[in-house]
Design a protein around this ligand. Structure first.
Ligand SMILES: [Zn+2]
Length: 216
């Protein structure tokens, strides 16, 4: 006799997919039940459930269901990494970049945690090496000054650092860059300096490997 490790909620769901009967409406499952069924389907090779669970987990990672739980992205990433679904890994991984290692390791296995930390480290390195906005001759204000009152008032450096630390995924978002530049409507010199700085950071971010390509 085989002892199942799945909980009382997941076992009846598994059995429904193993018998010749109409399958359950998977949309009615909450996230925990879906994740339990998705893992069990892979573990026991329950083929009728595998593809539909994969689709639903992908949906959960990307869209509405993920809003119900902050850590759903991580759980979907953990599922996708464990079962080698690279496409789902790469879709979800950017949204997990703002998570702490302590929380990430609870959702990911040891190997995926190491891979995730290595993936995130690339983004943190950008913060370490490009935290100071460079000054180019063409962005100097009249009189040769690199900064003005607008720059001091907005304190863009701490704004950018705070945001990128909390949510490194923003380095992949043009909308965020535009939002930062728009703060400097009153000074085109500062706007150009901020644009050059953020362009550089985002160029670096765009060259980082996606999650599935990270080698550990
Ligand atoms: Zn200025």
């Amino acid at each position: 006799m085989v002892e199942l490790t799945e909980n009382d909620e997941v076992v009846p769901l598994m059995l429904k997919y193993m018998h010749k009967q109409r399958h359950i409406d998977i949309k009615t499952l909450d996230f925990n039940a879906l994740k339990g069924l998705a893992d069990a389907a892979e573990k026991y090779s329950i083929y009728p459930a595998m593809d539909i669970c994969k689709l639903r987990m992908e949906y959960a990672g990307c869209y509405a269901l993920s809003r119900l739980r902050d850590d759903a992205f991580l759980d979907v990433l953990g599922y996708a990494a464990k079962h080698s679904y690279s496409d789902i890994c790469d879709l979800c991984a950017p949204a997990t970049l703002g998570t702490s290692l302590t929380i990430a390791r609870l959702a990911l296995g040891p190997l995926s945690t190491l891979k995730w930390a290595t993936y995130r480290e690339g983004f943190l390195d950008i913060l370490r090496t490009q935290s100071t906005p460079p000054v180019a001759q063409h962005v100097l204000h009249k009189g040769g000054s690199a900064i003005c009152d607008v720059w001091k008032e907005i304190d863009i450096q701490s704004r950018v650092m705070t945001r990128v630390l909390a949510d490194p995924e923003c380095l992949l978002s043009t909308a965020w860059k535009d939002e930062m530049i728009a703060l400097f409507l009153a000074c085109p010199y500062c706007a150009r300096r901020v644009k050059a700085w953020l362009d550089g950071m985002m160029r670096s971010a765009s060259t980082l490997p996606v999650f599935s390509e990270v080698v550990v």
